[in-house]
Design a protein around this ligand. Sequence first.
Ligand code: PLP
Length: 373
Amino acid sequence: MSVGTDIVPMAQPVLGEAEERAVIEVLRSGQLSLGPRIPAFEEAFAARLGAAHASAVSSGTAGLHLALRAAGVGPGDEVVTSPFSFVASANSVLFEHARPVFADIDPVTLNLDPAAAAAAVTERTTALLPVHIFGYPADLPAFERLGLPLVEDACEALGAVHADGTPIGARGHPAVFGFYANKQLTTGEGGMVTTADAAVKERLDSERNQGRAPDLGWLDHDRLGFNYRLSDLHAAIGLVQLERLDAMLAGRARAAALYRDALGGLERERGLRLPCRDHDGDRRGWFVFVVQLPGDTDRDATIRALRDLGVQSKPYLPAIHLMSFYRERYGHRPGEFPVAEDVAGRSVALPFFPELGEPQVARVGEALERVLR
Ligand SMILES: Cc1ncc(COP(=O)(O)O)c(C=O)c1O
């Protein structure tokens, strides 16, 4: 393959024969759902993180919905969260007819700012929903001091570690991971909720399965539930991916280091902002490599120019409160969350995956040099 002419893609999952064999095994077993791979995947995932329990679900979004319900969020409640996230984190609050109340983000970590979150709390606030955006740990000790139930959106943060050495997802609050194809670990679609609380685990397991309690008979249901189950086919892929996780995380970290070298000149001389470095003991679980363009740059034109040079890139992420649905529903306007809006207006995700090679990173770097200088 000539790296000079091929397109550098945004993402590329690492999948191999082991995943193929695992899927075929499930197909041959005839037990495609509600089978033994679900508890096996849950136990392996919980053990990997050092979490007491884990519940597999059909997506990160489904996990967020169930975790918020378990935290007691209901109609008319408010949940304080970040406007700089994937839309699912705010949408999941709406599923319960509660209101996502946004607060601005920290300009360095791009995570929900604890002081801004504290200022947004009212007597109707029933939970906080910090997001470990781009895999960088949110300041959980600061949120914990606010004394409200917490749900962590860890969909982008597998492999991240808090300053005290605790992996993200092992702090006890429900923490929700996503396994979409671009994630650190993928099952195609899927998710996992970790928790320290056995009662929460029981509720999640029931509500993902139409409200069926484990001790109830077939088609006996004692509460409202959903179909948020993960299939055994997905869980089988997840089990293999878990074995690859260290290598895949190391691949992403290596790709990030290559980018830092390749883009260092643009950072120093042209004002390109790179993802913050690990600091104060927190460690990122690398998910995406998102840069913020210098303020005088036309982002759409930059993305088009990169594409013409064979490099894919995307605006990532748009601010949730300025999406048309949120503007119309809640009357949000530009200027409410200046840091999030500034970052959202300048951010571009570059190609990023574990097997991204040095020549590909060099090509992205050269393309950015040509476009930005
Ligand atoms: C921050 C964040 N929250 C929630 C989700 C939703 O996860 P899923 O796509 O698995 O529903 C994602 C990922 O897609 C995400 O990046």
